[in-house]
Design a protein around this ligand. Sequence first.
Ligand code: MLT
Length: 238
Amino acid sequence: MKNLEVVVSPALLPFYHVKNKTVVVIDILRATSSMCVAFKIGVEKILTLASAEECKLFKEFDFIIAAEKDAIKVAGFDLGNSPFEFENPLLEGKNIALATTNGTKAIKYANENGASNIVIGSFLNIDVLCNWLIEQNNDVILLCAGWKNKFNLEDTLFAGAVVNIIESNFHVDCDSALFAKLLYVSNIDDLENLVRASSHAKRFKLQSYQTDDVKYCLQMNTAPVLPILEGNYFKKLI
Ligand code: MLT
């Protein structure tokens, strides 16, 4: 039976055997949620980059450039990283270059550590993701993007939701997977209140966000797509 593990921060990834495993990158607020929305509305492909400076270079290649730093849209970019910005039919068929504080860096780490498949997970695509992970029958690492290598609540909460759904199909001998599941099942009736207490939700409040990105990113299965890394780009697999 294949293994299932949860890594609560990219800083811990070097302590896991990643090579040839399927890595699910998780950044609920908001990179992986926004990527699922982008593919739901028909974006062609997404190039994820570790820095806004790299991202800006792709403007001249007819990419839509999107970047945030510490949850604030980077000046001069077409988009920030709110899922509300990606829910725009004008993006259909477009290519996006995306750089975020944690999520796109976690993707880079997973790639550098030899993952065989890198896919995107969020509450918005949770059932499509879980069904595919079960069918794949490969070792899985649920990689939480966290916040600047620190633990964050919402990513591990989502990892726990995935563990809760798929664990009967995997060998789970990982305390962080057990913890993540316990965090999820003990808060299943009110995820929103829990996540609103998170440090990142507080950042949104401090920046007097006009959109309720927390509520949006906690919707279940509203973007039933599966983004997968193919070469340098994320494309829609399902
Ligand atoms: C991240 O990379 O941690 C998030 O995308 C930050 C955000 O969009 O607020």
